[in-house]
Design a protein around this ligand. Sequence first.
Ligand code: M6R
Length: 594
Amino acid sequence: MCGIVGYVGDRRAAPLLLERLRRLEYRGYDSAGICTIAEGGFHAVRRKGRIREIACAESLPGTVGIAHTRWATHGAPCEKNAHPHLCGKFALVHNGIVENDGALRASLLRQGAELKSQTDSELIVQMLDREYDGDPMQTLVRVLRRVEGSYALGVLCLDCPGVLFAARRKSPLLVGVGEGECLLASDLPALASEGMQAYVLEDGELAALRADGAEFYGADGKRIQKKPHCTVPREEIPSKGRYPHYMCKEMAEIPLAIRQSLCDLRQDHTFNDVCEVLCQTDYVEIVACGTAYHAGLAAKYAFERLAGIRTDVYLAGEYRDGLPDCTGGECLTIALSQSGETADTIAAASLAKQRGKTLLCITNAPYSTLSSMGDRALVTRAGREIAVAATKSYQAQLAVLYALSLGAARARGRNVDKEYAALERLPDDCRILLSRLGRIGGWAERFRGARSVYFIGKGADHAAAVEGSLKLKELSYIPSEGYAAGELKHGTLSLVDQRTPVVAILTQRQLAARLMNAVSEVASRGARVFLVTSFPEFCARREVISSVVLPETSPLFTPALSVIPLQALAYETALALGNDPDKPRNLAKSVTVE
Ligand code: M6R
């Protein structure tokens, strides 16, 4: 996480860095800082809080600089821990985690170093200053040999005031080379300038950026030649349009996200290839985190029921730690990630490759690390998602996974015409549902004082329940759990009382009786029950305080719909509590540390 930008050229660095840094605020926003070089010295501003807190830095002098927006890993979010870190002739911004922090810190302290922060990042700048031999690039190479873990670095040295040094290992970092200027950034949107060529630094690579171009180096410090990855696409400046927050704008874009994703697949020959692969596949495993993991849980039912392919879904961060390797038969691993930069998902994907699995990466970011790792890559076309809470990307991921399960089913000779038609109708169903969410504001008023909340469902509805719960936790900070409805009575029911709202999700006809048993059980303990259902007849049940009825679709695709009121509930509850729904506390959009 954390966002890095750097600039060297003939323009004033500070205003440009601040503007580019704002485009990376989704990566972290607990503190921010900037440092330029001018008149033989560093000029730095660092503050706790969001990038707006360093707006005063706009007047800093110089045409070379680095800037950072932080998501704290080592050390609390406060001014002294904010980047850039300075030591002697060096200034540095870092994204990543120094895993041998303890050993390096002890060694520096033994040598008498005076550490000013609690961060692991400061250790690198301290080592640079101590080991400096007059050649900043070779010093950086030597120092980084002793650093374990991940880093994307931007480094300034007072002895080379026209150079910006960069290095990368396991944290994304791009170099942009334009006319008379170079930029460094964690992500493509921060590079966007007319005609700029983007270079992706690979693990172990370093770079020296000057106004007239960039030189690249391998981990051994020797020059290497690199080809540009792409011409930076023109950046659409993100805007909330007529919406008060990105989150509600992005929810309104759900129908479009599904439509565009499906439309793209029709024109993408990789899609047909993957369906052929799936036809020969005995086993699918999906690795993902957070909301993407929940999309995987929901899609499991479609892969198993429609295509008859056994599917397991793994939290990417747990995948490598002792989970059994599938044996026998052909396996397709699907790594699913909106950003394509989630470190846990990348690590799981590379392990799957090492284990000899065929790897399909599905991301919403065609230039991301993950999208270039797979044997095959597909993209969701959700468009840029800015709010930290994933909304439209969830439905876009489901659309692609549902389409794959249908493609696999057809390739296996199954008749899935009815489900195909349902998938085509899904964007319209979402649009209709979005127009029916008026009462959710009233629900939020009742949720704002809750001690804890349960979301219950069975089968695919359980997958929707866990996503609804994640949204509420993330935005309202109210403890909540997504639970398999029948499991409550095995212990958790003891937590339910009149201060525990319960959201029940019911879209699976064959499971209705058992789901409603669980509803009666919680209502008998005083819980107020809110129902999200495909079946209007259950809304009149006396246990149900309020309900939302979903448009009719295939029972396998209902999570794409049932999650929408739950997203809206989280949004409205956040507003009712005075929280910022776009930037919840302690979080970041892109989680690039393991
Ligand atoms: O970019 P990814 O899809 O890999 O991100 C995975 C999770 O970090 C992400 O879905 C997270 O759970 C969302 N903020 C939840 O709203």
